[in-house]
Design a protein around this ligand. Structure first.
Ligand code: C5P
Length: 300
């Protein structure tokens, strides 16, 4: 095989509960991931060394040096296999960069699946999941997609059944936010308020809403502990969230560490209308309608 193409989705967190800061600098989470239909494509072609090029939206914001997560994924896979394989990786970007939608993690997951195929390794999902967890907390979820709860750093996953398709609108912001900075701001705000940080637990009402496919109930139970920190760093997101609620969103939330804002719509038509309203009123410069859950990294 001389070329493999993998399609890999973005995510939104429908519950992101952040526990106390751990000694290793991470936080224990209850992180309910939901994969949505905004996709990057990762192509892996036979080559000597491992290189990456990025095209499509925001490609100029993605590093193509050794810090690129897709390169690191391909290297980690080659190391795991014990051989010095090569691949030219070509990423077609659609997922916002540093937007709180796991764009970098998606590309890493895409590279793992593409190179596993290109190099004929045939490694099982369990092996890929282990390598993925070392690359980043969100990479394992990008492999499996669907809807899943992540504990630990977010890398220990259990799949969750959902009772239907949910329709979303994503308001893309100008520029990204560093995940590490948003967590640090969350810690700072917590220290300032002196409040006890509870151990994170799964919201049963949210589980029920996902299981029954009830968008109204899901909208009412969306939660994100990183939202106050993201809003502190990017105050202009507050009016964006308000505008979505005014246009009938069932729930409005910062996606992960932001700055993308996620709005749950009633159905596909409402999602299209909501996206139009958000851009027409200037509340968002770009708004994209999408649905979830969708499957994780897939060879196409
Ligand atoms: O795992 P990943 O590299 O994606 O994490 C990026 C940063 O986000 C970490 O360096 C850490 O600051 C923060 N983080 C955290 N707790 C988690 C996941 C990420 O504090 N569970």
């Amino acid at each position: 095989m001389s070329s493999v193409t993998v399609r890999v989705p973005a995510k939104v967190n429908v519950q992101l509960s952040v526990g106390p800061l751990r000694e290793d600098g991470y936080h224990d989470l209850v992180n309910v991931f939901h994969a949505v239909s905004i996709f990057d494509e990762v192509v892996a072609k036979e080559a000597e060394g491992i290189t990456v090029q990025v095209n499509g939206k925001w490609s100029d914001q993605v590093p193509i040096d050794d810090s690129n997560l897709a390169i690191r994924a391909a290297r980690a896979l080659a190391k795991h296999a014990g051989r010095s394989y090569g691949a030219e990786l070509i990423i077609h970007k659609n997922i916002p960069v540093a937007g709180g939608m796991a764009g970098g993690s998606a590309d890493a997951a895409g590279a793992l699946v593409a190179c596993n195929e290109l190099w004929g390794l045939g490694l099982p999902m369990d092996d890929l999941m282990e390598i993925a967890g070392d690359l980043g907390s969100d990479v394992p979820f990008s492999l499996i997609g669907g809807t899943a709860v992540g504990t630990g750093r977010g890398e220990q996953l259990s799949e969750l059944p959902t009772g239907g398709t949910f329709h979303w609108v994503f308001a893309l912001a100008n520029g990204g936010l560093s995940t590490a900075k948003v967590y640090a701001e969350c810690d700072r705000l917590r220290a300032e308020s002196n409040a006890e940080v509870p151990w994170p637990t799964l919201n049963d009402s949210l589980m029920e809403a996902l299981g029954t496919g009830d968008a109204y109930a899901l909208g009412a139970h969306l939660s994100n502990d990183l939202q106050p920190a993201a809003l502190n760093l990017r105050p202009e997101l507050g009016p964006t969230l308000d505008s979505g609620r005014q246009h009938g969103a069932l729930g409005a939330i910062v996606s992960g560490s932001g700055p993308t804002c996620a709005f749950l719509a009633i159905d596909a038509t409402h999602a299209r209308d909501l996206a139009e309203s958000l851009t027409a009123t200037g509340a968002a410069h770009t708004a994209v309608a999408a649905h979830g859950p969708v499957q994780g990294a897939t060879v196409i």
